[in-house]
Design a protein around this ligand. Structure first.
Ligand SMILES: C[S@@+](CC[C@H](N)C(=O)[O-])C[C@H]1O[C@@H](n2cnc3c(N)ncnc32)[C@H](O)[C@@H]1O
Length: 383
């Protein structure tokens, strides 16, 4: 980040960007924080989380403002720092127009975190230089010295991958294994929806997957960043006022940030969502995949179809709990969910971290306790 941008950011944020961001969340959540029922509702939410009953958490409109007030602050801070830390993410906020599609983002953490990172981004569209190198060169790829596959504890994975291809060819096997994902997602996964008995019904018929197109940016598109917040719950009562506060406090007019919402179960993968995916420069799954993986078959198919529909060169950011919440039982084995994504042939890993902490710096103030977050991070690039 150049000095000029740093100075501009300081003008907006003042002495502490983190505290400023928290204040934005607090201002957005004022009414929720003042609710006499706040503590009781939060207890109910926590007990539903404990039971992994996510529908019970999110399908009750009374829970939503409380959820945001409690969980969005540290997430927003975490995402803000994440976007600043990774040039490939920050790049999506600069030079635009670019499209960011955030799955399961109704609670507003992505809105606040990404908008805050935009404050550091250069608002002047740059002339695009033709680049031939993959984004791996931009990112310091974090790799352990051990062979990745054996480090992940998946022995004989190559053999499994090959098996996967066989399975798809004859289309008889309906088991849910890594091998079913380790394939070219552009064509074979559509077959998997049919041959593999994906269980998603009419929504997943073969041939529905759109041919990926290399993205073209319309000249008339004036916004710098379009942020699409997708969720299966209508979070408008929370997101609309939050967006206004974010715009005012972070000096982001519509020429810089355009916000849209898309409501629908992501597992249904509507045509409109597929269009959004095909136009996205970045797709995020932040703390949503492990909820989706309650339905393994549909989620594996979803991931494959998302990857198939992504334009070449687009990125996917996946962040979720680094703990057992992200465990996935496949047959007799237990994997971390990112292992399944790591084996998708059409995705290149640009950055990986299996477990990292975001720790809220001491001295920050917020009406509720701020949680430190232990999470994994993956940034993938569509090949
Ligand atoms: C744990 S919250 C994470 C929220 C946000 N991404 C964050 O990091 O703070 C999960 C979000 O995913 C949404 N969600 C859960 N299942 C979904 C589905 N099937 N389709 C779309 N959104 C879903 C919930 O409504 C909720 O907003």
């Amino acid at each position: 980040m150049d000095d000029k941008r740093a100075a501009e950011a300081k003008k907006v944020f003042g002495y502490s960007a983190d505290q400023y961001i928290l204040n934005v969340v607090k201002e957005s959540c004022q009414r929720a924080l003042a609710l006499p029922s706040f503590t009781g509702t939060l207890q109910t939410i926590k007990s539903h989380f404990y039971d992994r009953n996510y529908d019970a958490v999110f399908q009750n409109p009374d829970h939503l403002p409380v959820y945001t007030a409690r969980y969005a602050p540290s997430r927003a801070l975490c995402y803000y720092h994440m976007f600043l830390q990774h040039p490939v993410l920050l790049k999506t906020l600069e030079g635009g127009p670019s499209n960011i599609l955030c799955i399961g983002s109704g609670a507003g953490s992505e809105l606040v975190g990404i908008a805050a990172a935009m404050v550091h981004a250069n608002p002047i569209p740059k002339t695009k230089k033709k680049k031939t190198t993959a984004s791996t060169t931009d990112e310091k790829k974090k790799k352990s010295s051990k062979d990745k596959k054996s480090a992940d504890g998946i022995e004989g994975q190559e053999e499994q991958d090959d098996k996967g291809k066989e399975v798809l060819k004859d289309g008889k096997d309906t088991t849910l294994g890594l091998e079913n994902l380790a394939m070219s997602s552009t064509t074979s996964m559509a077959e998997a929806g049919v041959e593999g008995g994906a269980g998603a019904g009419a929504e997943v018929e073969a041939g529905e997957a759109k041919t990926p197109v290399t993205k073209k940016k319309p000249k008339s598109d004036k916004h710098q960043v379009k942020l699409v917040m997708q969720d299966y719950v209508d979070w408008t009562p929370i997101l609309e006022p939050m967006e206004q506060i974010v715009r005012t406090r972070m000096h982001l007019g519509p020429e810089r940030l355009q916000c849209e919402t898309e409501v629908g179960n992501v597992l249904d993968l509507s045509d409109s969502l597929l269009d959004r995916i095909a136009a996205a420069d970045l797709i995020t799954f932040m703390f949503v995949l492990n909820e989706l993986f309650q339905d393994k078959k549909r989620t594996m198919l979803l991931v494959a179809r998302v990857v198939a529909a992504m334009p070449k060169g687009a990125h996917m950011l996946v962040v979720d709990s680094a703990g057992s919440f992200s465990n996935l039982k496949v047959g007799e084995r237990t994997y971390m969910m990112y292992m399944l994504l790591d084996h998708l042939k059409d995705l290149e890993i640009v950055y990986q971290d299996d477990a990292t902490w975001y720790r809220c710096p001491p001295g920050l103030t917020y009406p509720l306790k701020l949680e430190n977050m232990r999470h994994f991070v993956r940034i993938y690039r569509k090949l």
